[in-house]
Design a protein around this ligand. Structure first.
Ligand SMILES: C[S@@+](CC[C@H](N)C(=O)[O-])C[C@H]1O[C@@H](n2cnc3c(N)ncnc32)[C@H](O)[C@@H]1O
Length: 308
């Protein structure tokens, strides 16, 4: 229950183009799968700053890496990278930032975290239970339209309106406070069944992305990474959701081009020059990895390099 298999591990390390004594940031520590590989590949002078907004991830990391002096673990959101890196790096140039987005296996597998429609638990879904409100509190007060919009946007659920109406009807009878209660209500409203998919999959994913402001955090995290990366430093992002990947793609492409309006100027001002160079094409796990680790099936990896 306390393990997470790192996804696209070889590809992520290759994307970071490691220098043995470099300073690297693992923005999504999880259970330290990628961090462990980074530390293995780095030399004595190499350093890793690892962040996670989940206090349980950081506590598990402190136990696992108690003797590792090259690692600094911080309970924080990657949205604050722009301040966290200067505060921790002791002026060392940052050679790479890795994001492995979404939730970890221990978060999904621990029913008490409230992410799972398969196991009953409190309807929470916060990655950082010390901040914000559990999804149950939001579902108790949101209007049908708000709920519909969240489920349609983040879950791409065809039956979003029916699901939202069913939630509001159910909460009139009694508050929805357990994952199993929500899963039953959602299943009753979703008309068709996608093969191999629980009918509540899309709704649970949407609510999780919403309550954790995952896309907002991603936008701030990417901007922060760009700010802290040294020239030649690598940005590696693994995403699991089409909206996440779209945001990453747009960010990387946007930062790797000159603004089309300024492009017509005889001299491009330094502030308008591209700040990133795209490296390679997007990568997906191969069949063997998906067979070994089915949770990797929707992963997509993109790499860019910070330009001077
Ligand atoms: C897919 S897991 C990472 C797994 C990790 N790479 C490993 O191999 O063990 C994603 C992790 O990112 C964390 N996370 C998600 N959003 C975050 C944010 N905005 N700031 C910091 N950590 C975040 C989650 O709490 C979760 O532990």
């Amino acid at each position: 229950m306390d393990e997470h298999t790192p996804v696209l591990a070889g590809e992520a390390l290759a994307g970071l183009a490691l220098e043995a004594d470099g300073y690297y940031v693992d923005a999504t520590f999880g259970r330290g799968g990628h961090t462990a590989l980074l530390l293995q590949a780095l030399g004595r002078e190499g350093r890793v700053l690892a962040l996670d907004r989940d206090p349980q991830a950081i506590a598990a990391g402190r136990r696992r890496f108690a003797d590792e002096m090259r690692l600094t673990l911080v309970h924080a959101s990657f949205a604050d990278l722009a301040t966290l890196v200067p505060a921790n790096a002791q002026q060392r140039p940052c050679r790479g930032v890795l994001f492995d987005l979404g939730v970890s296996s221990p978060q999904l597998d621990d029913a008490q975290r409230g992410f799972s429609f398969r196991a009953d638990g409190p309807l929470d879904m916060r990655m950082d239970p010390t901040h914000g409100e559990p999804v149950a509190a939001w579902l108790a007060r949101a209007g049908v339209d708000e709920i519909r919009q969240v489920i349609a946007t983040f879950g791409e659920e065809r039956f979003a309106r029916r699901v939202a109406q069913a939630i509001v009807a159910a909460r009139r009878v009694s508050a929805l406070s357990r994952t199993s209660e929500l899963a039953v209500v959602v299943a009753s409203a979703v008309r068709t069944r996608e093969p191999g998919k629980h009918p509540a999959t899309r709704t649970f994913q949407a609510l999780r992305m919403f309550i954790n402001d995952e896309l907002g955090q991603l936008g701030r995290g990417l901007a922060g990474a760009l700010q802290v990366l040294a020239p030649g430093g690598r940005l590696v992002v693994i995403s699991f959701h089409s909206l996440e990947d779209r945001a990453v793609k747009r960010f990387m492409q946007g930062e790797s081009q000159v603004d089309p309006v300024l492009n017509r100027l005889p001299v491009i001002p330094p502030s308008a020059r591209p700040r990133l160079k795209l490296i390679g094409r997007k990568l997906r796990p191969g069949e063997a990895e998906v067979a070994r680790n089915p949770r990797s099936r929707s992963a997509l990896l993109r790499v860019a390099e910070r330009l001077p």
